[in-house]
Design a binder for this molecule. Structure first.
Ligand code: BGC
Length: 247
């Protein structure tokens, strides 16, 4: 099945048609900047442009950086507050004139990693943490997603963990990856106290820097960098369409 996968982020909106059987991108990724302010209508317009770029009329799977319950965006940590309570699936279906499934971006990236990446065939409890502007989390039990595990905003030292341990926090504090590592380690140790996963997969842009910060990690779980890098969000969103429609 061919599905247009779209990954909506705080700074960019990326998409590519995906062959869901193999996880391959069928065309080169197309990226447009996320409009600022990132209101629902402005973002929908850009998503429509991405679909038009590929002359797309088929199914669309879309990852979004918020809790998404049955197509409705429930939170808005790094996007315009107007998304709270918006029927994103309906809005984006109208903008693209296609059938659209919307899910949390970390859930989408996790689905791709569990199917075609480092989580392939991994049983037990697997936690994926995506490190970027925000901290995204996705939890899998024997390969099955528990949707909307929103663990990026737990309280850490009296603050939102994301404000303390994300890549955006690292940049704001002007820290090297090595100097940031203890902050992120404290976040992971706190998560481990709560859910004790067998495996933790670290994704997002930071997965490329894994060798620089991983020596500081003290969790007991196995920790691995994600393999799919930039493409996980797109591929996972496409796979989600197939899953949610039972195809
Ligand atoms: C949001 C999550 C999202 C993560 C990564 C967080 O700020 O609350 O829903 O998955 O950022 O984009």
């Amino acid at each position: 099945m061919k599905v247009l996968g779209i990954d909506i982020g705080g700074s960019g909106i990326k998409g590519a048609p995906v062959e869901t059987k193999s996880g391959e991108l069928l065309e080169e990724r197309f990226r447009l900047p996320t409009p600022q302010p990132s209101t629902p209508d402005a973002v929908a317009e850009v998503v429509g442009e991405v679909a038009r770029h590929f002359k797309w009329h088929g199914p669309v799977g879309c990852g979004f950086p918020a809790v998404v319950r049955h197509g409705v965006t429930m939170t808005a940590a790094n996007v315009d507050q107007g998304w709270i309570g918006t029927d994103a699936a309906k809005l984006l279906a109208k903008a693209t004139d296609c059938q659209v499934v919307v899910l949390n971006d970390a859930d989408a990236a996790g689905i791709a990693e569990m199917k075609f990446g480092v989580g392939e065939r991994r049983k037990g409890l697997v936690l994926i943490v995506t490190i970027g502007t925000g901290l995204g989390t996705a939890l899998f039990i024997d390969g099955r997603l528990v949707p909307n595990m929103e663990l990026g905003h737990i309280e850490l030292r009296g603050e939102d963990a994301e404000v303390w341990a994300s890549d955006a926090a690292r940049q704001r504090k002007e820290l090297s990856w090595e100097a940031w590592a203890p902050y992120f380690n404290e976040y992971l140790v706190t998560l481990e106290r709560l859910i004790w996963p067998d495996l933790i997969i670290l994704g997002g842009g930071a997965s490329k820097k894994f060798d620089l910060f991983s020596p500081a990690l003290t969790v007991k779980a196995e920790v691995l960098p994600a393999e799919m890098r930039n493409e996980a969000g797109i591929v996972g969103a496409a796979l989600a369409f197939r899953k949610l429609h039972g195809k």
